[in-house]
Design a binder for this molecule. Structure first.
Ligand code: AMP
Length: 221
């Protein structure tokens, strides 16, 4: 089973991806994580990506396609793939069509998490992370016991530079401009499933799990 998960920043893609991976044993490929890895390793691509990411802009298509393609082509396990955050533009979707053919792994379903903008803003601008254990908090929705401090590690929490209101406004705008047309491409293939991502984690997960069990033909406990 090959899945693409998409949604605006703050729609819950990351949380749902982890659950899909754990439940269905699918390999997770996240373009955002790949970029963060390149940035951490201080590579040339990392420096280029950071320039765009910190402003909330999309990294140029040619660079993005190349790094995701490299990751997908070196993948030869017999499990499915969960693509998270890629393709994000029509150009990437067309490029991925060629990759799909090459690896003979057509996308079965595109899960589109739909959340209204006000909630996205609270989710993203309130998000804080522990530099040690990467636990994610939200100062409005899920605050730590002591403001600004990780419950587990006692370290000072930080905010991702692209989670500020300024960067988020750009990211939401980029989403409308680039990602909506990308979705249209998959709607024409009849494989997009819109899911209300504003419900809590459990109801959203229940819907996704039931959908994937139908496709996979294998109910999970
Ligand atoms: P994410 O973790 O998916 O929210 O991605 C974080 C940032 O990485 C995005 O705001 C973009 O700047 C960049 N990025 C991730 N995936 C893509 C993509 N498919 N195309 C272009 N830029 C991307």
């Amino acid at each position: 089973m090959n899945i693409l998960i998409t949604g605006a920043p703050g729609s819950g893609k990351g949380t749902m991806s982890r659950r899909i991976m754990d439940t269905f044993g699918i390999t997770h490929i996240s373009s955002g994580d790949l970029f963060r890895q390149y940035i951490k390793e201080d590579t040339e691509i990392g420096a280029l990506a950071r320039h765009y990411i910190d402003q909330g802009l999309l990294v140029p298509d040619d660079v993005t396609i190349e790094i995701v393609k490299e990751r997908i082509l070196c993948f030869n396990e017999d499990q499915g793939i969960l693509l998270d955050g890629f393709p994000r533009t029509s150009i990437q979707a067309h490029a991925f069509y060629e990759i799909e053919k090459k690896i003979n792994r057509p996308i079965d379903v595109v899960i589109n998490l739909v959340v209204d903008k006000e909630l996205l803003i609270r989710r993203i601008t309130g998000r804080r992370m522990c530099p040690e254990c990467s636990t994610i908090y939200n100062i409005y929705l899920n605050p730590p016991r002591v403001p600004g401090v990780c419950d587990n590690e006692g370290r000072t929490l930080f905010q991702r530079p692209d989670d500020t209101l300024d960067a988020l406004s750009v990211r939401l705008n980029q989403y409308d401009i680039h990602t909506e047309p990308m979705l249209e491409y998959y709607r024409k293939r009849g494989i997009v499933k819109d899911i209300d991502g504003s419900l809590g984690v459990e109801p959203v997960w229940k819907e996704i799990k039931e959908l994937l069990e139908k496709i996979d033909g294998n109910p999970r406990d």
